[in-house]
Design a binder for this molecule. Sequence first.
Ligand code: NAG
Ligand code: NAG
Length: 299
Amino acid sequence: MERSLFPMPTLLFIAAFMAASCYPSEAADSKGSFEDNFNIMWSEDHFTTSSDGQIWYLSLDKETGCGFQTRQRYRFGWFSMKLKLVGGDSAGVVTAYYMCTENGAGPTRDELDIEFLGNRTGQPYLIQTNVYKNGTGNREMRHMLWFDPTEEFHSYSILWNNHQIVFFVDSVPIRVYKNNGKENDFFPNEKPMYMFSSIWNADDWATRGGLEKTEWKNAPFVSSYKDFSVEACQWEDPYPPCVSTTTENWWDQYDAWHLSDSQKMDYAWVQRNLVIYDYCKDFDRFPKLPGECSLSPWD
Ligand SMILES: *[C@@H]1O[C@H](CO)[C@@H](O)[C@H](O)[C@H]1NC(C)=O
Ligand SMILES: *[C@@H]1O[C@H](CO)[C@@H](O)[C@H](O)[C@H]1NC(C)=O
């Protein structure tokens, strides 16, 4: 594949409004140990940590994968984690990192997805994102990355407020998903979500539509995690004081309702160079495009 992706805009690495420490907040700001933040969802024996407990490893073998989830739910905020993905031949392996209103695939769930689709050695990893509202997804985008995500840790983050959902890779916004300010059936904003991560076998669809099968002789496949960070409104029943439109917290404030100028430059660069698939351009699948496709990411 032709490498016409460079040069990157010089602003690429300037993490403008991510300097979140500038924004004092009384809501949850969590950087604790694994046990403070998470539960293992399944296969405890496929989870290990580094000796200092700072790096967490999830592994997949022929028997099973593994997953964890936050103990808390949140509604709106900034969610970030550093991941290093399975290296080598990882075709068929999916590492998922997502937020969801429930632990399961219920018919009315809301969900924000990041999935890393493994590939054969030397071929590019793709990152797939999706948004579900009330059980309906089908809003996939796929991007190439501008680095090899198996070599180093990179941060993957989600900004979520009532105006937009932005998926970031390091400081670069790769996808912007807007609300329209009205009641609608596409923007998840009513229910608090947990954060999850898992590794699993998806060789029925993930790599070239299921043509590439998982090479089990390379198992176990391991993805690594560290530096979980959440600045968000932690949910309490019936309704936490920090929630939503009080605009007390930086993620709910005006500057977080749209991209900054430098983020727009980075986003434009991503749009030009890295988008492999955008459901909003898929007229075969959607002869009439979904309503949210007409909302501008630049607003
Ligand atoms: C959510 O989906 C369920 C089941 O698919 C449907 O019955 C319900 O009306 C939907 N709710 C809203 C608010 O659209
Ligand atoms: C894997 O690499 C091939 C060849 O470069 C590419 O066509 C494909 O989109 C990549 N990713 C996946 C998930 O198949």
